[in-house]
Design a protein around this ligand. Sequence first.
Ligand code: SAM
Length: 290
Amino acid sequence: SSPSVDAAALYRPSYVRALLAAQQIRLKQSLGQNFLCDRNVVEKIVRCASLQPDDVVLEIGAGIGHLTCALARHAASVIAVEIDARLIPITRAVLDPLTHVTLVHADILAAPLRDLCRQQGMLPTVIVANLPYYITSPVVLHVINAGLGVRSMTLTVQKEAAARLIAEPGQRGYGATAVLLHLWGAPQVCAPVAPACFFPQPQVRSCVLHVTAHQPPRVPAHLAAPLRALVHHAFNQRRKTLHNALAALCGSPAAAGALLAAAHLDPAARAEALSPADFLRLAGAYTARS
Ligand code: SAM
């Protein structure tokens, strides 16, 4: 049955606690269920997203709709996706008056984003998410791989996850996701978010990351798949030299050596020494092989 919800009271942790208790819901840490309970921070996230009145927002992880309501005030429509069936009746009640919001009960990672959007009959123009730590990187890659042509992603993530996403070559945390994200867009940390802004409070600090997609895209469509394969092979065996790490993908160590020579890259280098532009050049050379 649909609970009665006072949407205006959602910023009061005591109200949310009672609402969840009435539905016998215990929030799951495993799903990163820390809800934003600070109106100013929610407004800050919306400002970071720089929404236009005609935007279609895809919100990943709607929770009980705190951020969704704020996004809905600034966009033409919102597709809000939430994995936890237990929260859906509450979220539905919160969002019910907002006819331009569609709540979808789904695991965002379960199917290609294009399929989800096709089912909703709308293509998003921007992505906004307050993400659980454990799916930050998979979600970022899921969005990049979808090739939806969105203008930006605005992600509230754990501070350490943000550091990894924006890491440059040679910096701690630089890896496959950072390479692919830098080639997708320009990431920028917009604002810190203190643990006290969430209910329940997490142990970690968070921040809002805004990534503006490169326009035109830096990765031509035909290079997307080879780029992904090269980046993942290179970083999955990050202690190996590129010559060895790419041997399986190229068919032999000699073929890997030839590829690296064609891309003017040192075969003795390791993945972490290559810039995103180096990887893109490598993908071009890989695709050009006869
Ligand atoms: N947007 C709300 C807010 O800002 O208060 C909730 C954010 S909470 C940090 C993350 C939400 O993502 C949780 O409600 C969780 O159930 C949901 N979630 C976790 N994994 C998910 C997945 N794979 N697909 C969709 N939603 C997911």
